[in-house]
Design a protein around this ligand. Sequence first.
Ligand SMILES: Cc1ncc(COP(=O)(O)O)c(C=O)c1O
Length: 484
Amino acid sequence: MLSTFSKLGVRPLAAGARCLTSLSEPSAPHLVTSSIPGPRSLQLKKELQDIQNADAVQLFVDYEKSIGNYLVDADGNTFLDCYTQISSLPLGYNHPAMIQAVTSPKNISTFVNRPALGILPPENHVERLRHSLLSVAPAGLSEVQTMACGSCSNENAFKAVFIKYMADQRNGRAPSPEELESCRYNKSPGSPNLSILSFDGSFHGRTFGCLSTTHSKPIHKLDIPSFDWPIAKYPRYKFPLEQNVAENAAEDKKCLAHVEELIEEWSKKGSPVAGLIVEPIQGEGGDNRASDEFFRALKDLTERKGVIFICDEVQTGCGPTGKWWAHEYWGMSTPPDIVCFSKKMLTGGYYYKTEVRPKEAYRIFNTWVGDPTKLLLLEEVIKVVKRENLLKNIQESGAAMLNGMLELSKKYPAMSNVRGRGTFCAADMATPGDRDKLVKQLHLQGVHCGGSGEKSLRLRTALTFQKKHADLFLERLETVLKTF
Ligand SMILES: Cc1ncc(COP(=O)(O)O)c(C=O)c1O
């Protein structure tokens, strides 16, 4: 394995080396099959279909050969990866710092012995939390709970919100025997009627509670029972933003009023809103962005109403917008009450304000509650991001990407509504079919991108994505747009 990596030019890091530039990435995409997916990917997909539904599989990947910002598929095609495992690769493929961490003898026991972290954490767990998650904690939040994935982070954040709400209601009294008995049978008062408010177009995951707050596409929700929880309108802006300031400000106001109305309505219905969850940019729902003013006003509103504010940074967290947390752009005087993360952070989990910590053991718990190997790798990611100033890199490459896409949208009206922060960028095509065609044609140009919402193209790069990669992407995008 190691020798394969050294053949690829993946070498252990010399102290202070800038891997961003020293990594032996290809200089451009290179396709060896005339159609994508190629025959090897198609054959493997057929074999996987015998075992499970594999309809979502796009390509089989050669993870040994993939490197930096370039993904190599099972047929040997090399793509510039502007999607990075649905926004989940902070440093691209086979980063030397990660390989060094995985192959270091001192880390072997961490990889071999996965603990039931909630009851038997490793001796260095506190130190590791401090060097990884807590070193990038959102300002004002000093506690963190680890989890496995994005959905289970949000799901457990909801539980923490409900537990706090009921603890406040009891005001120090112990749960009654009736509460303790009734909850075993899903009945009130032990299982109370409480709700989480979410926004139309949102995506917060696929577990039961999360799915009740997810409103992006029917395919996620069809046939699954849901909680009757309030769904507020999320701002839908007119583009270009600079030319529609008054109209978009009115849209913010309308949506805020709707949130307030729903909080009152659900309280009257006997299912008070205990928490609200929102993405800084709705990712799966189509890269819909609300203004910083909207979020500041929303936070104020939740404070006035005694509703816990959950910021879902599963997709926006860990730097793709050019700041570690997208909510840092909002300029709020107090932080969100809870910030959930996963994807690029490698581990799932959530930061929370102290008041949200449950008083009893086992209330927020499962067997793994995260994975120390992911904290070990996250620690390496954080060191590289800081040493190589990768947030600044993303601001620069993001500006190049956004400006370039804006220019292209002026030249080729088939693409419109270019938007984004950092390299967390998107644009709309006229129809869902056009968007799907664009993504396919980009594959044939050696660029791997994704779609989001109904008809948006979405870009989710690694933090090592540089201006030269943005230029290459733009050149290939223009070649494809010419065919529309
Ligand atoms: C904003 C947001 N929240 C939650 C999730 C769910 O994360 P996971 O797929 O890890 O369960 C996602 C996944 O795309 C997401 O984008």
